[in-house]
Structure formats: C-alpha cells, structure tokens
Design a protein around this ligand. Structure first.
Ligand SMILES: [Fe+2]
Ligand SMILES: [Fe+2]
Length: 316
C-alpha cells in the first residue's frame, strides 16, 4: 500500500490514547517499592565496582537514573518530536503530506505533550516522596545531538527533510526501547503503568512515522537520497552512543561520593568505544533500526545500502 493511502487512526486515538483514557498515575503512600529505573537499562550496574555499593547508594543511583530517563522524555517529546509533528500538521515541510497524515500528526502533538507532562509529574512525585533533588539535566538529548550531527554536514536546503527522517527513526526507537522494558517485573508498579501507557501510544506513532518515512524517502530527489543516505549509518551510531549518559553518570557518581579513580574505571570500562564489527552486538537497537529502514524502502537504495555495509550495520 502506498503511504499516500494512509488512513487516519482518529477513532482508535479517541478511545485509546492515554491522555483520553488513563488516570493520573500516583505513587501510593508508604515506602517507594521496586526499582525506579529498569536495571537492565543501567549498563553501569554490570561493572564489578558498582556491585559492592551500599544499598542506599544504589537507591540514589536509581533515583538519579529515573530523573534522567523521565527528564529526557519530557525534552525529546516537546522540543524534537513535536517540532517536526507541528510542521507536518501545518504543512511547513518540503513534501506536502496527505490530509490523514497531517490530521494524525496533531494527535501526536497532544500525546507527546501529555507524555512530557506525565514524565515531569513522575519526577516531581519522586522528589516529594524521597527528598532527593534532580541534578541539572540540560536540554540536549541523544536524538537532538544526533540530529545536529547531520545538520552540520548537510546543506541547509536538506535540513527540513533530515529532521523529519531523524524523528521517524527516533519514534521507532522509543517504541522498541519501551517495549523491551515493559517486560521487566522488578520495577515500581506505578513506573510500570506510566511506561505501559506510553508504549501503547507509541505503537500508533511508530506506524504513522513509518508511513511518513516511506513517503518522504520515495518522493525526495535522488540528490537528497544520496546525501542523506550516506549519513544515516553515522547518525545511528551517534544516536545510540552512550556519550551523554556517561557524562551524566559521571556527575551522579561524583555526587554519590565514589573515588575519582573508580569513576574513571567504571565509565571507561563500561562504555569503551565498540569497533565497527562489535557495534551491532553492543547496541542491538541498531539491528531493529536497520529493519525499520528496510521496511520503509530506505535500504532498497543501493548507495545507502552500501554505506550501511561499510559501517558493518548490514552484512550483505
Ligand atoms: Fe511519546
Ligand atoms: Fe511518540
């Protein structure tokens, strides 16, 4: 089916969107039970020097990780995804989208603003209940940094297309990432509900943005495909790189009072730069993004496919 035939999901949205159908998620009275951040997502916890930390220090580590996770969601949704969704909805894009896509882009704006609200609400509840203040978070996210990486390398005339494509990839990552996490049972029940509400909305967004990507890629000029396609493997590497996480965790570990040489060892050993060959195994989400790009016909473009092979993101 052509992405121009996309049909609005307005009826599904009307009855199922979290903002229209879910209650406010509130931490119950009493001690905060369960992890406030998925242990499987905390790469640092696999380091031997992290394993012997006292429980109170680990608890603080989880709280600060939760602040970063939620804080990034609030920024990413409002500043990056919604900026592009607004341009799609209002027709400020290099390619004009069909009315049903523009209509559903408005539902994305509402959903994402709500996800940002829920994320900040959850942070405020954690602060109220634990008394632990968030550390400064900044307004850069992995996606905005990776997007800027591409903009620096592309002529301004391609920035509009580039940011749409970057958001289409970002919107598919978040869904997969959240889905992987909602299977975890060790964490706080309210956090679980917050993430489940979110992932349900993101399933719809992923479908919409796959259609957007398919449409943009098929209708843009060949010169744009050549320029943008060459940058996509490095974009994925930048986007999945834990650089920003490592910077933040350095500040957290300092705050928790770990010795400087231990912090250095923990960070450098956990986040060593993978070789091209090791990248896919280290960051399995890259494999999923390659699959998304295949589904959207981006990798049917021979020069782009060749670039993915050079970066070992495609075997053949
Ligand atoms: Fe969202
Ligand atoms: Fe989304």
């Amino acid at each position: 089916m052509s992405p121009r035939d996309y049909k609005s999901k307005e009826l599904v949205w009307d009855s199922l969107a979290a903002t229209r159908s879910k209650p406010r998620r509130v931490l119950p009275e009493g001690d905060v039970v369960g992890h406030l951040y998925p242990p499987a997502k905390a790469a640092l916890l696999t380091h031997p020097l992290m394993k012997n930390l006292p429980p109170e220090t680990l608890r603080l580590f989880f709280i600060h990780s939760a602040y970063k996770f939620m804080g990034d969601i609030a920024i990413f949704e409002t500043e990056t995804v919604n900026e592009v969704a607004m341009k799609i909805a209002n027709g400020h894009t290099p390619i004009t989208f069909p009315d049903d896509i523009r209509h559903d882009a408005l539902t994305v704006i509402i959903d994402e603003a709500y996800h940002a609200y829920v994320a900040r609400d959850f942070m405020r509840q954690i602060e109220q209940r634990t008394g632990v203040k968030p550390l400064p978070l900044g307004t850069e996210t992995d996606l905005s940094r990776a997007m800027a990486f591409g903009k620096h390398r592309l002529p301004e005339t391609l920035h509009g297309l580039w940011e749409i494509i970057a958001v289409c990839i970002g919107e598919n990552t978040l869904t997969k990432d959240l889905l992987n996490l909602t299977g975890e049972k060790s964490f706080n029940e309210v956090l679980h509900q917050v993430m489940e509400d979110h992932v349900r909305d993101e399933g719809r967004h992923a479908v919409l943005f796959m259609n957007v990507l398919k449409l943009v890629w098929s209708e843009m000029e060949e010169s744009a495909r050549l320029a943008i396609g060459q940058l996509l493997p490095e974009f994925i590497r930048e986007y999945l790189s834990p650089k920003m996480m490592a910077e933040y965790e350095r500040v957290v570990l300092e705050q928790l009072g770990l010795a400087a040489e231990h912090i250095e060892r923990i960070l450098s050993e956990t986040y060593s730069e993978p070789t091209l060959e090791d990248f896919r195994a280290r960051y399995p989400l890259s494999g999923y993004l390659v699959y998304v790009l295949m589904q959207c016909d981006v990798l049917s473009h021979a020069p782009t496919r060749e670039a993915f092979r050079r970066f070992k993101l495609l075997a053949h």
